[in-house]
Write a protein that binds this ligand. Structure first.
Ligand code: F6R
Length: 608
């Protein structure tokens, strides 16, 4: 979704802005622009890729020591150059904005009455004119921004430069992330740390309601009441290597292969702390004591991680667990139970539906909240009483892969923490689980070694229009995940069913043209899955079965089998996620789609 970058330095900042925007490209966008102060405000905007905007900026010889840039994902107003950011008001200031202003209509009318003309359909231009209006009254960009934000309702991250003030950028945050990067005699702003780590690792995250001025030699932050405040400086741990492709063809491929490492890194604090509530922060013991239930909230792939977790939590910890799609939960009447732990799962920590669902749960009386997230300092963990950060590293490909498997690891640990707190984990079982977790990165590595066989299957999938995925029990969510991955990056229509549901409807779809993928590990449901397979074979459907090395599953006419590593018990969904990711990846590759940036999708879904 939208991305912000800004810089003030004793050197030309245009290359810094362009580099930052390129690093934000993965989030999804449809137009890009930069504005700089070079005596007067100069701006270049283009629909399409950052590279096109870069070429235009270079043709115009854009260069300056102060500037802002933006990648836009259209919400208010179509994908046009006029709607792209930065927006300039009266030649006085240039502004970029992430988020949505709810009262933009009423402010627009007011500003029109004050004589301001509008050249776009965006809510952002309203903010630019509003700040300009106050700038003319106060003569000071910081006070003007403070006044303007008091009149806005909605979510925003803003970065503003003014013609009259070459010595600073002014930024503001409410509901959308924004951080400041501190360099030597230079400073940067960005909506995502990946846009600045090539310049500096020293970062300061702004808090809700903050307005700040950013100068070459420092930063002054003011909270929502206007009082000067200090925000802690941190050293970002995001590695530049995680933002670069290296020897891989796509980020998705790279991230699939990073899973053994990502899982091992995520396991580190778990194996160090043990299955103790302290794993979730200082309030862990207090907030996990006497739990009577768990409510999981998430979207997309993260929701499927929640579906696996439900199985683990009920089986191991013996507490009821409900899993809701966040965008549904936030709009339905709920019965809050103070004994329930609300767990949000989000790779980005910014997904608006999940964030709003959490806010709703809190407003309705839930105070035991835990966020499982991959991005430190993002909105969802900040709002939660407890946090667990997965250590997947930056995930750039739009399709979530290593974030998913590391979420699973965190959720397995959660189930065991609750089980132990409830006295349901014997020392012997605990030791067995620790052992299984230690072997997990190795089992995932074995699954990765199946890539050549899966790539061969993908050739057969590539010409298809539809596919079915079947799984049972713990592996039904993996079937859902396989279908989601395939449709999102290869654009093949895919649906997943709990295999027992086949005869209740979807079997009617099965014919020679319908490939059917089956997740068939060697668990208690294997015999049931085998009968479901016969139902499909009898109708001429072609089966692609992922079976464990130790299961008795023979190839036969129309039944192809790939053997994943030895069955790993309850952790099996983590291992089985890998082949379905690779199947989607190689099918997309064979179809020539844009694997890392599939059409119509964004990495962080910060709009409803
Ligand atoms: C699919 C995918 C999405 C996300 C969903 C939630 O590959 O990545 O379905 O899982 O948009 O995103 P997060 O986890 O950032 O809240």
């Amino acid at each position: 979704m939208c991305g912000i970058v800004g810089a003030i330095a004793g050197r030309d900042v245009v290359p810094v802005l362009i580099d930052g925007l390129k690093r934000l490209e993965y989030r999804g966008y449809d137009s890009a622009g930069v504005a700089v102060l070079d005596g007067e405000l100069k701006r270049v905007r283009r629909t399409g890729r950052v590279a096109e905007m870069e070429a235009a900026a270079s043709a115009e010889g854009l260069a300056a020591g102060l500037g802002i840039g933006h990648t836009r994902w259209a919400t208010h107003g179509g994908v046009t150059e006029a709607n792209a950011h930065p927006h300039i008001s009266e030649g006085e200031l240039a502004l970029v904005h992430n988020g949505i202003i709810e009262n933009h209509e009423e402010q627009r009318e007011r500003l029109k009455a004050l004589g301001y003309g509008f050249s776009s359909q965006t809510d952002t231009e309203v903010v630019a004119h509003l700040v300009c209006h106050h700038l003319r009254e106060t003569g000071d960009l910081l006070s003007a921004t403070q006044r303007a934000v008091r009149e806005l309702r909605g979510a925003y991250a803003l970065a503003i430069i003014a013609r009259s003030d070459p010595s600073r950028l002014v930024v503001a945050r409410m509901g959308c992330p924004l951080l400041v990067g501190l360099g030597e005699g230079e400073a940067f702003v960005a909506s995502d740390v990946s846009a600045v780590v090539a310049q500096t690792r020293r970062v300061v995250y702004l808090e809700e309601g903050d307005v700040a001025e950013v100068r070459r030699d420092g930063l002054a932050v003011f909270d929502a009441t206007g009082a000067a405040v200090q925000r802690a400086e941190q050293v970002s741990g995001v590695s530049l290597a995680s933002l670069e492709l290296g020897p891989y063809r796509h980020f998705m491929q790279k991230e699939i292969h990073e899973q053994p490492r990502a899982i091992a890194d995520t396991l580190e604090p778990i194996l160090e702390t043990g299955f103790s509530p302290a794993l979730f922060g200082p309030r862990g013991s207090e907030l996990l004591a006497g739990l009577t239930g768990v409510q999981i909230l998430a979207c997309g792939t993260s929701h499927y991680a929640g579906l696996v977790a439900r199985y683990w939590i009920e089986a191991l910890a013996g507490v009821p667990c409900a899993v809701d799609i966040a965008s549904e939960y936030r709009y339905r009447p709920i019965v809050a139970n103070p004994g329930t732990l609300v767990v949000t799962i989000s790779q980005s920590g910014e997904t608006l539906d999940t964030f709003e669902a959490l806010k709703y749960a809190i407003a309705e009386g839930h105070h035991r909240t835990l966020s499982i997230c991959n991005v430190a300092e993002s909105a969802i963990p900040r709002l939660s009483a407890m946090q667990f950060l997965t250590r997947a590293g930056a995930e750039i490909g739009v399709a979530s892969t290593k974030a998913f498997t590391t979420q699973l690891v965190a959720l397995f640990a959660l189930a065991l923490v609750i089980a132990k707190a409830r006295g349901r984990l014997t020392a012997e079982d605990e030791a067995l689980h620790v052992e299984a977790l230690r072997h997990l990165p190795g089992s995932v590595q074995h699954a990765l070694n199946l890539e050549p066989q899966i790539a061969a299957w993908a050739e057969r999938f590539a010409p298809k229009q539809h596919a079915l995925f079947l799984g049972r029990g713990l592996h039904f969510p993996i079937a859902l995940e396989g279908a989601l991955k395939l449709k999102e990056i290869s654009y093949i229509h895919a649906e997943a069913y709990a295999a027992g549901e086949l005869k209740h409807g979807p079997l009617a779809l099965v014919d020679r043209e319908m490939p059917v993928v089956v997740i068939a590990p060697n668990d208690a449901l294997l015999e049931k899955v085998k009968s479901n397979i016969h139902e499909v074979r009898a109708r001429g459907g072609e089966m692609f079965v992922f079976a464990d090395a130790d299961s008795q599953f023979g190839e036969e006419e129309g039944v192809h089998v790939i053997r994943t590593p030895r069955h790993v018990g309850l952790l099996s969904p983590v291992v089985h996620a890998v082949p379905v990711q690779m199947l989607a990846y190689h099918t997309a590759l064979a179809r020539g789609t844009d694997v890392d940036k599939p059409r119509n999708l964004a990495k962080s879904v910060t709009v409803e």
